[in-house]
Design a protein around this ligand. Structure first.
Ligand code: PAF
Length: 289
């Protein structure tokens, strides 16, 4: 057995062992398995997924694996925060049953070849510049699904495109898993929680909450006049951001989350999404109209 018991949290590093444990739980049939996949550097956003999962009163598995094949930028991968000891303490505190924290070779052993691709959705929004990113995400998530065999899996709405793509994969591949999404958790000043926030410079951290402020202004513009066209909302948001020295905008888009289409006039079901670089840190955020 390669596992180590830390209070009630069991830390598993072997995929085989994790799979055996999940299979045994599933076979007993008494408890449902909930999975919260993460790359670590856990914050309240991740813990809100765990807390939601705990409401099911089953077995909770959190995974921590910094997945290299979803990073299109080598530097971003190298600088991705790793805080495993703190993460374990947080998971113990919130009451997680298993942490699956495999080494790289455990997930991608020598000779590994398979990738999974959600072929259209992966090219939009973040996928337009982060080439290969979503293939990396879907490949690892499917693998984590196969290792942990969950009934439910939890994903945050901050990575809205990721959520839409994973739901599509689950549907396309008839995976017997219910994907549950959880609203964005924000800092007091409105900044969406992200593992990347700790890498923001002081100056960037100061202006970062204005990303969300801009989104709320765009939503208010729509609420005041629901005939307003997408183009105008986006133009006004660009003007607002540039007035606040937020100039490195990768995209501002309004989407229908059902099919990732771009409506000419938004609807209350639609979302406005942004990807913005502050210094070298790329942040994403979104808001429902
Ligand atoms: O959202 C993340 O943290 C990652 O993309 C995920 C889903 C854990 C896959 O590596």
């Amino acid at each position: 057995m390669k596992s180590k018991k830390i209070n009630s949290l069991k830390v598993i590093t072997s995929a085989n062992e994790m799979q055996k444990i999940s299979l045994a739980i599933r076979r007993k049939g008494k408890k449902k398995v909930s999975l919260v996949p993460t790359m670590g550097a856990l914050h309240d956003g991740h813990l809100s997924l765990v807390r939601k999962a705990k409401k099911k009163d089953g077995i909770i598995i959190v995974t921590i694996f910094i997945n290299p094949i979803q990073f299109n930028n080598k530097k971003d991968l190298e600088k991705y925060p790793s805080t495993i000891k703190k993460d374990i303490a947080k998971l113990e505190e919130v009451g997680v049953d298993y942490l699956f924290a495999p080494k790289l070779e455990e997930v991608y052993p020598k000779g590994y070849q398979t990738k999974v691709s959600v072929t259209d959705f992966k090219n939009h929004l973040c996928g337009a510049t982060r080439v290969g990113h979503f293939d990396g995400v879907t490949s690892v998530v499917l693998k984590l699904f196969n290792i942990t065999i969950p009934d439910y899996s939890y994903f945050g709405e901050k990575d809205l495109q990721q959520l839409i793509i994973i739901k599509q994969m689950v549907k396309d591949l008839n995976l017997p898993i219910k994907v549950i999404s959880i609203p964005i958790v924000r800092e007091k000043d409105g900044l969406a929680m992200s593992s990347r926030n700790i890498r923001l410079s002081k100056k960037a951290r100061k202006i970062a909450p204005l990303i969300y402020k801009g989104l709320t202004r765009a939503r208010d513009e729509f609420k005041k006049n629901n005939k307003v066209i997408t183009k105008k909302i986006i133009k006004n948001l660009r003007t607002y951001y540039s007035s606040k020295n937020i100039t490195c905008i990768e995209y501002i888009k309004i989407i229908n989350p059902k099919d990732l289409s771009y409506p000419l006039t938004p609807d209350t079901k639609d979302y406005i999404l942004v990807a913005i670089k502050l210094g070298s840190i790329r942040l994403i955020d979104n808001l429902k109209f």
